[in-house]
Design a protein around this ligand. Sequence first.
Ligand SMILES: Cc1ncc(COP(=O)(O)O)c(C=O)c1O
Length: 400
Amino acid sequence: MRKLANLVSELKPSPIREMLKIVAELKRNKIDVIQLSTGQPSLPVDKEVLDELIKVFLNDPIKVSSYTPTGGIRELHEAIVADLKIFGKIDVNLNEVVVTEGATEGLLLTALALFEKGDEVVMMDPSYVSYPHVTLIAGAKPIYVCEKVEEGYQPNLERIKEKITEKTKAIILATPDNPTGRVIREEIAKGLIDLSIDHDFWLIIDEAYKHLIYEGEHYWFWRYANARERTICVNTFSKDPAMTGFRLGYIYGPSEVISAIEKIKQYTTLCSNTPAQIAAIKYLQPEVKKRILEYTLRIYKARRDALYNAVKEKLPEVKTIKPEGAMYMFVNMENVLRKLNMDDYQFMIELVKNKHVAVIYGGAFGPESKNHIRLTFVGENEERLRKGVELIREFIDERK
Ligand SMILES: Cc1ncc(COP(=O)(O)O)c(C=O)c1O
């Protein structure tokens, strides 16, 4: 057989997919698994949104099963622009938006449009698992900058500055963040904008969780005129409307970048999922979205509190922050792992096999993030979240 492309060996299988496989196998054997691993909302898609989709399916089946323009249905563009005005108080033009197959395609298309061989892309350690991989796919090099629990996992501007070179093409980060749940502070966001101007690089802001904030506020980079021409914001309908399997998202950014992304998309996915675009138009109706957000945030905040309190009470030897947003808590397990003489990957595997609690090991999010685990709080109710933490305690005590 002729050799595969070198790129394939540079990409690591996603630990999240790996954990999904283990959990699926346990479930096939009728084992109840406490799911603290994947960012899969356990709430169903809202009925009003589904009803609208079914109605369009029945009344106009050709519309639902047809291609759309590459950049998305115009009505959806208009809804996105109106939504950004209502929630973000930002003015975005129709030609500054492109619809994508989830944020995953959004991140890849952004990387393909901006990066090339020789470029360096700065990202946080920990970072969402896609960032280094889309960077590598685009031929560029990921450069990590460590975030620390003692600093609330906020990006550290001094450490970032040390990593900036002539080759720096972009900084990519999420706020609210996966895996740490931190929401970027205004002065740090402004510091990043200043750095991007001084050193002429792009800012790629992953806003997947911009509506899932329990304390504080989302920092809208686009509110700041001097940030607009260099900031690309990647969004998804997977998280707040719980439409993960619908595969839909969007990007807003400078029109030249959006056109470039659309050009590449013509030859990758051609256009995004049509039924999902119809559902998204319904979700973006302001009264529908406000109602869904209010409901979702109430449930997730209670779950966040339950997980955080359980960790504080049952695992006093670990270090973490109370997540202000997103769906995750990132737990520094150094003290525990040292005593158990285990690494974070072994801990994840042994825990799921012995106690049927699924978590993700920290090393998956960056080289310096080993010795952590990521816990998701949206996939289980409060009682099962507490049970999950009790089982982690039991596992640690039995192994000591
Ligand atoms: C920060 C972040 N960005 C992007 C994604 C990908 O989301 P999508 O389902 O829209 O591809 C996720 C999914 O968990 C995420 O956490």
